[in-house]
Design a protein around this ligand. Structure first.
Ligand SMILES: N[C@@H](CCC(=O)N[C@@H](CS)C(=O)NCC(=O)O)C(=O)O
Length: 184
């Protein structure tokens, strides 16, 4: 049985692979957090484009999944206890996927909360040697700050060599390169 059929959003963005995790998104800094995460994890998923040009995010079908009219949102047909799970808010989705796969988030409680801090001095990634969801949450925004918003000079980005070094490492990751363009 196709569990996705019960979700109104499936009528506007029909799943070709209903057994896969469904992503409703656009490659904005919040959107790419989830596509990058899915690419990093190698989880099978299907991406649907929610176009702002046609205000798809305000359609009744999208609002049925996220009443806040914001991408990204997901439906995991194989959620907790095997039941489908709908979820929005990029941070909540990152934590959900990290917990589902036991990847990219420390299981040590102290370290988990440290993932809220920006400490790159002498560290490869936000959390140290381990790449994590903190990097996936932060670097799409740093990239846009410098690129899309052209605000690097404004914030004096060259005064933050560790941020620039980690950003270079982030955008060179194959999963990041792929995720930045999903949905195409
Ligand atoms: N706190 C939310 C913010 C999501 C968000 O602001 N999404 C923007 C694109 S980056 C959006 O969907 N805007 C459409 C609108 O407001 O109509 C998250 O992290 O998921």
């Amino acid at each position: 049985m196709n569990a996705l059929a019960a979700f109104p959003i499936n009528s506007k963005w029909p799943a070709q692979h209903p057994e896969r995790l469904q992503l409703y998104s656009l490659p904005t800094p919040n959107g790419v957090k989830v596509s990058i995460m899915l690419e990093e994890l190698g989880l099978p998923y299907e991406a649907h484009k929610v176009s702002f040009d046609t205000q798809d995010q305000l359609s009744p079908e999208f609002l049925s999944l996220n009443p806040n009219n914001k991408i990204p949102a997901i439906i995991d047909p194989n959620g907790p206890s095997g039941q489908p799970l709908a979820l929005f808010e990029s941070g909540a989705i990152l934590v959900y996927l990290a917990e589902k796969t036991s990847q990219l988030l420390s299981e040590d409680p102290a370290t988990r909360y440290e993932t809220l801090e920006k400490r790159l001095l002498g560290r490869t990634w936000i959390m140290g040697d381990e790449y994590s969801i903190a990097d996936i949450a932060i670097f799409p925004w740093v990239r846009n700050l410098i690129g899309f918003y052209e605000s690097g000079d404004l914030v004096g980005i060259t005064d933050f060599p560790n941020v620039l070094r980690a950003l270079d490492g982030f955008v060179a990751r194959p999963a990041v390169i792929r995720g930045l363009n999903i949905p195409s």
